[in-house]
Write a protein that binds this ligand. Structure first.
Ligand code: KG4
Ligand code: ZN
Length: 375
């Protein structure tokens, strides 16, 4: 039986977003409704450094977290007393930022006498594909329904690019890693390429827009097709994005390409746009080809694609086309839930609570938490 009211507060602070959200899992623990969803991004603070500075991130999380949680509660008219539980990201991520979220969640759980569950950040990302907005109707619920397990999860973000086979037992989920990047994550490649070309941080969404605005001849970049020994005589696909980053760096180092100058309009730089379009084409085609290869090799029929890079417009189109051709179903979150948010953490927490888990005040932040061991 699902309780008549099951509101779960989620808190996320593993990197450079302080986020809080309340979801309602009364109708479904698998596809809860998002009642409020607040994200305070620190991107501007880190932009001058070209990446996240952990100390600066910790201090800003500490500054913002009280207000962000209060706003998430206030936006849906809930108080601590209305909640059924609290979920918080306890890894992986930056240790200082994680500690801020975990400590704050513990104090709220203690004050409200509420169960507390730790959520693996990547397990949270997977749940983002099944979230329902407050206004969603029956057809939306059907479109967002979690596919029958086992299914393949592509997690493609600033910190990770991996494929997992997801299996279920009741309200628990298990994640078996089938492929991963050998070097950079796809989002990291976007951000590093953006830094080299003067496009700011993070650069993924901007490169996506600029690349799509270009219709000329793209620069052709080499595509890595990596296979690794998967044990027991099996070869497995892996991802690699450092080669393409090096190719872009070479263009800049040899002065074949000038980075965008401050205040310069990228629309007047077809040479730069041709590089961005070629970069995006190569990265997306590498992700799609390895994902479909693993999907078919494993005999899986359903793909779930999540994480910040799953907001990419070309990746969304190409995955949809490839899944159609392969006869597989595809779930991708709405773009606002592809990138870091707390609704996905609250959703994973709702499922964990339904599975009977409660971590209590002994919960620890673990920057290297493994998804294969997470429930
Ligand atoms: O999932 P996320 O918010 O944080 C991590 O857990 O890493 O992902 C952030 C990453 C950044 O590298 C950002 O540049 C990338 O996602 N990103 C995109 C797009 N939107 C965000 N990359 C490509 N195209 C996009 N539209
Ligand atoms: Zn993330």
């Amino acid at each position: 039986m699902i309780p008549s009211s099951c509101l779960v507060l989620g808190i996320e602070s593993s990197c450079d977003e302080t986020a809080a959200s309340v979801v309602d899992a009364s109708e479904s623990a698998e596809s809860p409704r998002v009642l409020s969803d607040v994200v305070a991004s620190q991107a501007e603070l880190h932009a001058p450094h070209g990446g996240v500075v952990p100390e600066i991130a910790s201090r800003r999380h500490l500054h913002d977290i009280g207000d962000v949680v209060a706003e998430a509660l206030q936006r849906c008219g809930a108080s601590i007393g209305d909640l059924s539980g609290i979920a918080v990201t306890n890894g992986p991520g930056l240790v200082g930022p994680l500690l801020v979220g975990v400590s704050f969640a513990k104090s709220l759980a203690l004050a409200g006498g509420l169960p507390l569950v730790g959520v693996h950040h990547l397990a949270g990302h997977v749940r983002a594909a099944f979230l329902l907005s407050r206004e969603s109707v029956a057809e939306d619920a059907q479109a967002a329904r979690e596919p029958d397990a086992p299914y393949l999860a592509l997690i493609v973000s600033g910190g990770h690019t991996s494929l997992y086979r997801v299996t279920r037992s009741g309200f628990s989920r298990r994640y078996e890693e089938l492929a991963r990047t050998l070097d950079d994550a796809a989002g990291e490649a976007y951000d590093k390429c953006g830094k080299l070309l003067g496009l700011g941080y993070p650069a993924g969404a901007r490169i996506d827009r600029l690349a799509r605005s270009f219709s000329g001849t793209q620069v052709d970049f080499p595509r890595a097709r990596i296979k690794v020994d998967g044990g027991r005589g099996v070869t497995r696909r892996a991802f690699s994005f450092s080669g393409i980053k090096t190719s872009v760096r070479q263009l800049v180092v040899t002065s074949a390409l000038q980075p965008l100058r401050e205040g310069e309009d990228p629309a007047g730089r077809p040479d730069l746009l041709a590089v961005l379009a070629g970069f995006q084409e190569a990265v997306v085609s590498m992700i799609v080809s390895s994902t479909i290869h693993v999907l078919e090799a494993e005999g899986l029929r359903h793909l779930v694609a999540v994480g910040g890079v799953s907001a990419n417009s070309l990746l969304r189109e190409r995955l949809a086309q490839a899944c159609r051709e392969s006869g597989a179903t595809l779930r991708i979150p709405a773009p606002r839930w592809s990138t870091d948010n707390a609704a996905m953490i609250a959703s994973a927490g709702a499922l964990a609570l339904r599975a009977g888990r409660s971590d209590g005040l002994g919960l620890r932040a673990n920057p290297a938490l493994s998804l294969s061991e997470a429930a």
